[in-house]
Design a protein around this ligand. Structure first.
Ligand SMILES: Cc1cc2nc3c(=O)[nH]c(=O)nc-3n(C[C@H](O)[C@H](O)[C@H](O)COP(=O)(O)OP(=O)(O)OC[C@H]3O[C@@H](n4cnc5c(N)ncnc54)[C@H](O)[C@@H]3O)c2cc1C
Length: 391
């Protein structure tokens, strides 16, 4: 069957869902989302959902801050019956003394952007989070409004609202081909349908390098495997605690429900095949990351392992995403490479991609640092002090 659509988005993770919503809200009639499997079945469904603002580059900080406003005011900003599951927990960033200069620089930049973050001293950090062990020579920042959300729930909430605005979604429908005629997008094909369109957005997460290669587009995108565990705190004496990004122990963590702590890490990763990778957490990881968490939250070593799993980041050489139009193929756009920190950016990413498509340029945030060409022209997003706890 042949269907005509003003825009086709390929990939039903949180990015595809957010773009679909923003296009529908921006007046695009009947945009279509194609998903290979089910909504959120890629990185999104395995995301830790942390929503924090600490970044070392302005572009990421702005995307995070604009997105936080949406997570916190979903009803007004997006509407519909969906719920991104935002929980405000507060978020503490820990930096060792030898990283202090770059850490302060980051906070300064974030405050210039307008982010609600501030340096706190040892005494105040202790009051804010009595569960944490705090080193005498460490530095701390506090983001009062940060927390976490539900990544799959957010994707579903975007899609539900987009459908109310006229969008449609086709699940279990992998895009097999983007038809390009005369240097322009002419359509997108699945096994059973042909979508006639002049606009296609590739938001295929860890499958992106493979999919783009099929279109003759080469990008340095690598799927990497990352593990997460959840520890039950009952009977440990460790109470509720805020979220945290811990540069000393290279972990991030957050509370989940009443008595669980979720923890992941920033320094263990391996390249993986998105179709065949091992989705379970390894014993070695459990021991390593739990030990590191216990250095920050003493007593948690007596908890019980509740769950563990692995998911995929889509990494780029500078750990920044790619949001751009593809030079030489009119109507083709790319939105991928969000590494371990895309969920929290998704609302603003959708707006910026819709602006790029509809107005020729993103206005909410200047996304020019995220252009494709940076990998070949050497203008990578590298900063003196990048935040390596990537979630
Ligand atoms: C373990 C883990 C922890 C994380 N923790 C955090 C965190 O705490 N905070 C945070 O902000 N971010 C976090 N992230 C990162 C975040 O989850 C991702 O950046 C984000 O989900 C990426 O969304 P996406 O839509 O680009 O990709 P995906 O969610 O992977 O979506 C891509 C979709 O495309 C589909 N697809 C692929 N090929 C095709 C095709 N040919 N046709 C149709 N569909 C196709 C896939 O099935 C998939 O559903 C984490 C990620 C992982 C794995």
């Amino acid at each position: 069957m042949t269907v005509t659509s003003e825009a086709v988005i390929i990939g039903g993770g949180v990015m595809g869902a957010s773009i679909l919503y923003s296009l529908a809200a921006g007046g695009v009639r009947s945009p279509v989302l194609l998903e290979r499997d089910t909504l959120g079945s890629g990185s999104t469904g395995r995301s830790s959902g942390a929503i924090r603002m600490h970044y070392s580059t302005e572009v990421n900080a702005r995307l995070a801050w604009e997105s936080l406003a949406v997570f916190r005011n979903w009803g007004d900003a997006v509407g519909g019956d969906g719920d991104p599951g935002f929980v405000e927990t507060g978020y503490m960033v820990f930096a060792p003394q030898h990283e202090a200069a770059g850490f302060f620089q980051n906070i300064e930049m974030q405050r210039r952007v307008g982010i609600d973050t501030r340096i706190v001293d040892w005494v105040e950090a202790r009051e804010l989070a009595p569960a944490f062990h705090l080193g005498e020579d460490e530095r701390f920042a506090w983001e009062a409004q940060s927390g976490h959300g539900d990544p799959s729930g957010t994707a579903l909430a975007f899609v539900s609202r987009a459908r109310e605005l006229g969008a449609s979604v086709s699940l279990e429908s992998p895009a097999t081909r983007v038809a390009i005629r005369g240097g322009r997008v002419a359509g997108v094909e699945t096994a059973n349908e042909t979508y006639e369109t002049d606009t296609a957005v590739v938001a295929t997460g860890p499958w992106s390098s493979r999919f783009l290669r099929g279109l003759g587009v080469e990008l340095p995108l690598m799927p990497t495997r990352h593990e997460v565990i959840l520890i039950r705190r009952s009977e440990t004496g460790v109470g509720y605690h805020p979220g945290g990004g811990d540069m000393a122990n290279l972990i991030y963590f957050r509370p989940e429900a009443d008595n669980l702590t979720l923890v992941g890490n920033g320094n263990r990763e391996e390249e993986a095949d998105p179709d065949t990778y091992n989705q379970r957490a390894s014993t070695d990881f459990v021991q390593d990351v739990w030990g590191r968490l216990a250095r920050r939250i003493p007593g948690i070593e007596d908890g019980r392992l509740a769950h563990g799993y692995a998911g995929l980041y889509t990494t780029t050489p500078d750990l920044h995403p790619v949001m751009d139009r593809v030079d030489g193929i009119e109507g083709l756009y790319v939105c991928t490479g969000f590494s371990g920190h895309g969920f929290k950016l998704a609302p603003a990413v959708g707006v910026c991609m819709a602006e790029l498509i509809l107005d020729g340029e993103a206005k909410l945030v200047d996304i020019s640092p995220l252009r494709m060409g940076r990998f070949s022209d050497g203008s990578l997003n590298t900063t003196q002090y990048s935040f390596k706890v990537i979630a």
